[in-house]
Design a protein around this ligand. Structure first.
Ligand code: 48H
Length: 256
């Protein structure tokens, strides 16, 4: 066999085998931003088969933009043990309960930490719908499509992933919640849309309100603010990390 044929064959064979294996998982996390990556690490560490679907070809979501493109982010000291779990370095701000981290290091190490604990992350794929079941009403998976296919406007039907739990970690747009609320009105919720900046309150509430939305569907990160109409917080990311860990804890409690 020529090398070109081997390249094609092994890529398609190995990827297809894995896609089949991951067509049924414990947890699908939609979005590889800070909350999704953090959640995936702790869930994988606890032994749950965890798949992260990310529409872009990169990790970290909003981390890379830092604060107005300055390459640093602020994190509350209350999230220090999460930084330590991932081996992320930080600088302490004197006389403040605040830490400063480098955006490149935060993105890279959140992703590496999740992968090292066994999370599977697939890039270039968008979740554009969910799967649901009645009696009892619950979310039972997601519909996926290649991101470039969606960008092309071609009509191409999706494929599906079954999961015990779906987590919306899609950030400001709360895309999974939005599609679920629109297409299944009997789920009985509607994202309210985030409010203007009130950093301290937003950071606290985003963690407190993290959790289950309806059976089979959880929310973490900025999507929590969008769902419940909470204030935004700007480029302070402790809440995103704490929310990611919190959703992992809550899912582990439910799945047992
Ligand atoms: C597949 C998708 C889909 C989809 C989106 O935006 P993120 O960084 O989300 P969070 O919640 O982990 O972090 C929010 C933070 O970055 C932020 O924006 C803050 C704190 N803002 C405060 C403020 O005041 O503005 O990451 C979400 C990820 C991205 O990588 C998207 O590409 C991805 O999800 N994504 N992936 N299918 N339908 N929708």
């Amino acid at each position: 066999m020529e090398l070109e044929q081997k390249i094609t064959r092994y890529i398609v064979e190995y990827a297809s085998r894995e896609l089949v294996d991951y067509s049924n998982v414990d947890v699908v996390i939609v979005g590889a931003g800070p909350s999704g990556l953090t959640a995936s690490r702790y869930l994988s560490e606890s032994g749950y088969k965890t798949l992260v679907i990310e529409r872009r070809l990169s990790f970290g979501g909003g981390i890379g933009g830092g604060g107005m493109l300055f390459h640093k982010l602020v994190i509350e000291s209350s999230a220090l043990n999460i930084l330590n779990d991932f081996g992320i370095r930080y600088e302490e701000v004197p006389n403040e309960d605040l830490l400063v981290v480098d955006t490149a290091e935060l993105m890279a190490k959140l992703a590496a930490g999740a992968l090292d604990k066994g999370a599977k992350i697939i890039h270039g794929v968008t979740v554009d719908d969910i799967i649901y079941r009645r009696d009892p009403l619950r979310v039972s998976g997601v519909a996926i499509q290649w991101t470039p296919v969606l960008m092309s406007g071609l009509h191409v039907d999706p494929l599906f992933i079954d999961s015990r739990v779906v987590v919306d970690a899609t950030g400001h747009d709360a895309e999974v919640l939005t599609v679920a609320a629109r297409k299944i009105p009997e789920l009985n919720f509607m994202p309210e849309g985030e409010r203007s900046a009130y950093a301290e309150l937003g950071e606290r509430l985003v963690v407190e309100k993290t959790g289950k939305v309806v059976d089979g569907l959880y929310v973490t990160g900025m999507a929590v603010a969008t769902l419940y109409g909470l204030p935004r917080m700007g480029p302070i990311f402790g809440g995103m990390l704490l929310s990611g860990r919190r959703v992992a804890e809550l899912i582990a409690e439910e799945l047992g």
